[in-house]
Design a protein around this ligand. Structure first.
Ligand code: FES
Length: 143
């Protein structure tokens, strides 16, 4: 193969590989990269099955008609923590990271408990109290 053809075909292969890589990276960055449980609020409560947490200690709930998701985390003591994924700086929807939440608008970061770890946000995320019955985790919206 002559040198010019070899370089051209090599560059095309590199370009295809890079395109595939960046598309997969973009998909991983989107808020829809995690599974969302769509649900309704009934009597100021959201119920999600306890069985949702068999494979993962973190689930994301999207109440019907709400813009923001709720992150629900199972803790080591078998209680659950529910946090509204609304940045406390200027209300942007947050994105979950491996160990907390980040805001794409101005870079605020929050830990898994909703505490600010990097500004400009100054206030922690909104918490909702939770309780558990035999089959469901109940998120109390008016708490
Ligand atoms: S809206 Fe989140 S950091 Fe500004």
């Amino acid at each position: 193969m002559e040198r010019r053809k070899f370089l051209k075909s090599s560059c095309n292969i590199c370009l295809l590989a890079a395109t595939g890589y960046f598309i997969s990276e973009l998909a991983a960055c989107s808020p829809a990269a995690y599974h969302i449980i769509n649900t309704e609020i009934i009597n100021d409560e959201i119920q999600i099955p306890v069985s949702s947490f068999t494979k993962s200690a973190m689930q994301f709930v999207r109440p019907k008609g709400w813009y923001y998701d709720i992150a629900v985390q199972k803790k080591a003591d078998n209680t659950y923590e529910a946090l509204l994924m609304q940045c406390t700086h200027q209300d942007n929807q947050l994105t979950a990271t491996g160990n907390g939440y980040t805001c794409s608008l101005h870079g605020s970061q929050f830990d898994k408990n909703g505490k600010v770890t990097k500004g400009p946000a100054e206030n922690p995320l909104k918490h909702y109290s939770t309780s558990v019955d035999q089959q469901n985790i109940i998120i109390h919206i008016k708490s």
